[in-house]
Structures are given as C-alpha cells and as structure tokens.
Design a protein around this ligand. Structure first.
Ligand SMILES: NC(=O)c1ccc[n+]([C@@H]2O[C@H](COP(=O)([O-])OP(=O)(O)OC[C@H]3O[C@@H](n4cnc5c(N)ncnc54)[C@H](OP(=O)(O)O)[C@@H]3O)[C@@H](O)[C@H]2O)c1
Length: 231
C-alpha cells in the first residue's frame, strides 16, 4: 500500500520503520520539512515529503502529531483528497503535560471526533493506546498466545477494515471498538490505555471503561496555554 505519515516522532517514526519493512511505500512528513528527514529516509527507504504531499500520497494517511498541534496543520490539508483515502488518528489529549486546554474535548467531545472536525475529514482511531517502543518491538504472528490486541474505532466500515488489516500485519490483534463517538473507551485513563492486553482483555477493558474524564486528564486553568506548574 502507499501510506502517508504526518509526524515523524515516536509513533510516526515507528510506523515508518515497521510499515516499510512490511513492504509498504511510505511518504513521511514533519513540521521542519523533508530535509530534516534524510536520516529516517536513508534508514527505512521511506520518501520524505511535505505535509501536503503526505496527505496526497497514500491510500492511507496517518496523522500522528501532538494533539495541541493539530490546529497548526494547513486548514485545507485534505482538500481534493479522494474520500476513499483512509485517515488514521493516533492522537491522545495530554492537557496537563503537553497540549493545554482544548475546550471542546473538556466539554465532552471524544479526542478523535475533535481531530476529525479540525481536519474536516473522517478519521479512524488506532495505535493511540500502545507505547511506541511496544509498537516497534512487540508485534507477533497471528495466533501467538498472548498476542497484544489494539482497539480500532471509526464510523466507516470499509475504512475500519483497512486499518484493522494493517494492525494485524503489524503483529497485533485488531478489535473493533465501535464508532468514533465511542472512542472514549480507548482514550488515556481507560483500562486498555497502554495495558498491552490480548483480545479478550481489550474487549473486557473497552466494556468496563468509564466515560468520565478524571482530573488527571483534564486541563488546569482556562487558557489554551495553561499547563500544570511543577510543584
Ligand atoms: N509516544 C508514544 O508512545 C505514543 C503512543 C501512542 C499514541 N501517541 C500519540 O500520538 C501522537 C504523536 O505522538 P509522538 O509521541 O509520536 O510525538 P512526538 O514524538 O513528539 O513527534 C511529533 C511529530 O509531529 C511532528 N509535528 C508537530 N507539529 C507538526 C505540524 N504542524 N506539521 C507536521 N508535523 C508536525 C513533529 O515534527 P517536528 O519534529 O519537525 O516538529 C514530530 O515529527 C500524540 O498525540 C501522542 O499522544 C504517542
């Protein structure tokens, strides 16, 4: 498959490494431009491109930048990109440590619904609940006992199936976690978040999740730039 990746950090870099190894053609972008990605390109064979090119490069496009930086992406990033192109959101909202306050999420929007609204484009939520290092190293062949399972949430059946196929190729069981509005079940603070459960554990964790956003995952202060101050 041709896959565009926007963000070349921990998750974007990991997906670039893993997906090129699996034989996919990867087009990767960051905020500093293609020249800063020469090393990753040399290592993996991925093609460094601009953010706009990455959005137009693939059958699948992964958006994997810090949640608070989503508004910095070009407003018309996906203008003219065919509807069949599947967009994956790996993001998590870390209001206290990184992202500051995002009022819509504080008011109850799921994190990925907010991303979809900002991008003006449906997204499938995946890869948000596993550490990048585990995504890099802990994939196993299908049927391996204890194989880690990853929840995949989204509104479009076909898009979700494509993403679930990629999850499986990467060495993880893919669990259908329902619609995007149900994706709070896999957000930070839920049982499945960074837990590395197998398929049964993920199903149970999703079912037992609570919708309430606990204080640890809420913003402090009222302005977009309000972060926790060190004690
Ligand atoms: N780290 C994990 O283990 C992990 C696990 C699951 C989910 N996640 C989530 O996945 C998302 C990405 O996390 P990460 O840890 O991979 O982040 P990261 O290591 O901090 O990397 C962020 C990447 O985003 C790029 N970026 C930032 N603003 C951009 C913009 N406006 N346009 C294009 N690229 C931009 C950065 O490019 P420059 O360096 O050029 O600025 C960098 O390549 C976050 O929402 C995070 O919560 C992370």
């Amino acid at each position: 498959m041709k896959i565009g990746i926007i963000g070349a950090g921990q998750i974007g870099g990991t997906l670039t490494r893993r997906l090129t190894k699996l034989g996919h053609e990867v087009f990767v972008a960051n905020s500093r431009g293609p020249d800063s990605l020469v090393g990753l390109a040399k290592e993996t064979g991925a093609k460094p491109v601009s953010v706009r090119e990455a959005a137009r490069a693939g059958e699948v496009v992964v958006v994997t930048i810090p949640q608070g930086k989503i508004p910095n992406l070009p407003k018309d990033l996906f203008a003219g990109v065919p509807d069949e192109v599947v967009v994956i959101d790996t993001g998590n909202y870390y209001p206290q440590q990184r992202d500051g306050r995002i009022p819509e999420i504080e008011a109850g929007s799921t994190e990925s619904r907010w991303v979809a609204n900002r991008l003006g484009r449906p997204v499938v939520k995946a890869f948000n609940n596993i550490y990048a290092s585990h995504l890099l190293e802990l994939g196993r062949p299908a049927e391996t006992p204890g194989r880690i399972a990853l929840p995949v949430a989204g509104d479009d059946k076909r898009a979700k199936e494509i993403v679930m196929g990629l999850v499986d190729e990467l060495g993880f069981d893919a669990i259908d976690a329902g619609s995007l509005d149900e994706s709070w079940r896999q957000q930070p603070g839920t049982p499945v978040y960074t837990a590395d459960f197998d398929a049964e554990g993920v199903r149970r964790g999703l079912a037992e999740a609570s919708k309430e956003r606990t204080s640890r995952w809420r913003a402090i202060g009222n302005s977009p730039g309000s972060f926790a101050r060190p004690a």
